[in-house]
Design a protein around this ligand. Structure first.
Ligand code: SAM
Ligand code: SF4
Length: 335
């Protein structure tokens, strides 16, 4: 029996988020600059390497796998990878295979994802207004994403909407987005905008809309009650009595979920990040590539990395940067 991954603070590592590409067909203003330089292909893990990486983590006790990016569905042949991960669902070793997507390719892939065993998808969508959508994503078109969401629901996938809370942008759409989700039986989570990467000249402080204020806005429209439920992640939940909806809030800048953090992240180049808010990382690609037929050295490197998982993160009092700003892009680490 393989010994499961447990970090120095006795947290069992059961959740892996994997970025499969740094590329994207959108250029959301809070995530990327318009002229991004992407990594050379040889830097990225191949699909076979991704398979070995994820399968090793699953053998070591990971039960939930979330695929992200960049935009995971623009990676060529990514369905081969999803289908191949399906074998771990069938064996029962993996309990959930899921993805975070901008929805642009869902119309094409929803059926294949469902066949591979995916049951839930998170779709990132910040506005229901065509012009604002084009503004915030720069390259995206709303109808394409809406068709993607339709296709996902038709294929039987449970869709959760993730909206980044942006001051002066989607503030006034809160009731509209909320009701739209209720009509379609979709969960909704608001994400606080994080200071990540160099994204050009957008002023992030201008965009910052605190989730405390989002919650207060809900109270203007609905009867709100707090839910005790936690998922081991950064989300907190409220219930709207009128619609019976559960609304999530993700405040990555707060420290309040570190003690239950069960997750690690793999970048598209095979680095493992132990905490979204810290720079602690380790290279897993080298042991993976150096030993194409032996997963032992990869396993050792994973165990060595997990031993470094910090107790918690520290955006406000960062050890690295005074303002707590992380130098890397979400599209590299995987949001
Ligand atoms: N492209 C996919 C998508 O947009 O869902 C997956 C990758 S994206 C980096 C993952 C999530 O990170 C999205 O929900 C996106 O809105 C969020 N995100 C990106 N930059 C962010 C930032 N600076 N602050 C908060 N959330 C951010
Ligand atoms: Fe692409 Fe997602 Fe970043 Fe938007 S948030 S640019 S869709 S990776």
């Amino acid at each position: 029996m393989t010994e499961q991954l447990v970090d120095p603070f006795q947290r069992a590592i059961s959740y892996l988020r994997v970025s499969v590409t740094d590329r994207c067909d959108f250029r959301c203003v809070y995530c990327m600059s318009e002229n991004m330089t992407f990594l050379p292909k040889k830097e990225l893990l191949t699909l076979e390497e991704l398979d070995r990486m994820c399968s090793t983590f699953i053998r070591l006790g990971v039960q939930k796998l979330r695929i992200t990016g960049g935009e995971p569905l623009v990676r060529r042949d990514i369905m081969t990878f999803f289908r191949s991960m399906g074998r771990h669902l069938e064996s029962g070793a993996l309990k959930e295979l899921t993805l975070t997507t901008n929805g642009s390719q869902l119309e094409r892939f929803a059926g294949d994802l469902a066949s591979a065993g995916v049951r839930r998808v998170n779709v990132s969508l910040d506005t229901l207004d065509d012009a604002k959508f084009a503004d915030i994503t720069r390259w995206g078109r709303l109808p394409q994403v809406l068709r993607g969401i339709d296709a996902a629901q038709k294929a039987g996938l449970r869709v959760k909407l993730n909206a980044v809370a942006l001051k002066g942008f989607n503030e006034n759409e809160l009731p509209k987005i909320t009701e739209w989700c209720a009509e379609r039986d979709m969960d909704l989570t608001w994400i606080e905008v994080m200071p990540m990467g160099d994204i050009g000249n957008e002023d992030r402080l201008d965009q910052y809309w605190s989730l405390k204020d989002v919650r207060a806005r809900y109270e203007e429209h609905y009867t709100v009650s707090d839910l005790a439920e936690r998922t081991g992640g950064p989300a907190r939940y409220i219930r709207l009595e009128e619609t019976k909806q559960k609304i999530g809030f993700i405040t990555p800048l707060s420290h309040n979920f570190c003690e239950s953090c069960n997750r690690v992240r793999i970048t598209c180049t095979g680095e493992i990040y132990l905490c979204l808010g810290q720079e602690d990382s380790a290279d897993l690609r080298a042991p993976l590539r150096a030993h194409p037929r032996d997963d032992g050295p990869l396993e050792d490197a994973i165990r060595g990395a997990i031993a470094l998982k910090p107790k918690g993160h520290d955006f406000d009092y960062s050890r690295q940067r005074l303002d707590g700003q992380m130098p890397r892009h979400m599209s590299h680490t995987g949001g």
